[in-house]
Design a binder for this molecule. Sequence first.
Ligand code: FAD
Length: 438
Amino acid sequence: TMSVNVIGAGLAGSEAAWQIAKRGVPVNLYEMRPVKNTPAHHTNQFAELVCTNSLRANGLSNAVGLLKEEMRRTDSLIMRAADAHAVPAGGALAVDRGPFSQAVTDALTNLPNVTIHREELTAFPEGITVVATGPLTSPGLAQAIKDLNGDDGLYFYDAAAPILDEASIDMTKVYRKSRYDKGTADYLNCPMTEEEFHDFYEALIHAEVAESHDFEKEKFFDGCMPIEVMAKRGERTMLFGPLKPVGLEDPRTGKRPYAVVQLRQDNAVGSLYNIVGFQTHLKWGEQKRVFSMIPGLEHVAIVRYGVMHRNTFMNAPLVLAPTYESLKQSHLFFAGQMTGVEGYVESAASGMVSGINAARTAQGLEPIIFPEDTEVGAMAHYITHADPKHFQPMNANYGIMPKLDHKVRDKKTRNLELADRALAALADFQHVTTEQPA
Ligand code: FAD
């Protein structure tokens, strides 16, 4: 049988290798640790969790909980190990990180058709390959990816503004308008009085910033300075930057507000908005507290918090298919954080799809696209259909799934209905995910 190469035995690569091997396809798994390390890993185990030991919410009212359940039902190795080594964490799934990673390492080591190579690759090997080298991809391989994808195809720094669920924005307080009414009125505008602006400014400059890892102490590029750093330059600085009110007169009063926060549509269906210019290094709880002071965002649901850290990720809408196969080179698949999904579970989920498709290619079957009604499918759809001009990595969330065909006011009820629909769609799709060649 034809074999498949997997580069990187992190969350995504380990899951991909598992999905390939259990379909009877031989795997060559390349992991550079411990021969060469990354700035964040500390062990030589596979699927090491570089930060928190939490895999976030486990319940179906949260999209990352649904994602986990879909993975369990697709026989995910990462979920098997996580469930086996869970530690008490309320509604979240947290794991005992050492035994968790050891279980993943052992499972792959014990598979007779997985050959493990402890070495760094700096070029794509011949044959069907899954690249899953993560946010800290070694520079040599990053160059190879850049050469493949072209100049706009790979980023090295993630400075992302928070992304909001449209349904949680108070539409009675905001208005739709573009600056000077140029083009279509694509922005939602949150007007502030002088007093509201002052209170917001005070809260922002005193808010708690996330602790940064040594390797993250990089200088800020123009145009992606954290909003709190800009604010600290002086009370009026933001009024000449992202909060500039000129050309944004409120059509309801005809007057120009003292300051305006703009929200930009983030996905084609308009269920998500980002806060323009609000890349930030604030702690997540602080983002929620301080940004809820913006008129219209009092009850906002943040589906993806703002972050600033080193992150190698590609401009997936330009270079990737929803099968996770490269648009630039056939038989080359990508998986994990580098595809523009964000988070441990999301990375593993993309590895699952990428692995299934690499195995299918080796078996002479067509690659598959998961139904968009599943969270696995919605993620693949999002990263390959988002606006490439503003592409930023995305967490699992219900805002990226197709809407229900009826209105449900209560958010939890709505999410549970979306979860039901997703699991039904996955059940209908199971004969495809488990298909074996004739
Ligand atoms: P990884 O798990 O990093 O796996 C990539 C693997 O490839 C590594 O084992 C690496 O050694 C190997 N490798 C790299 N280059 C090569 C090469 N050239 N040849 C061979 N092997 C190579 N997500 C969360 O959900 N929660 C968090 O708390 C969290 N914290 C994070 C903190 C930091 C500092 C970073 C950078 C990311 C964090 N993330 C977090 C984001 C993301 O979920 C993790 O980075 C996750 O590990 C990504 O999975 P992955 O499989 O894409 O990459």
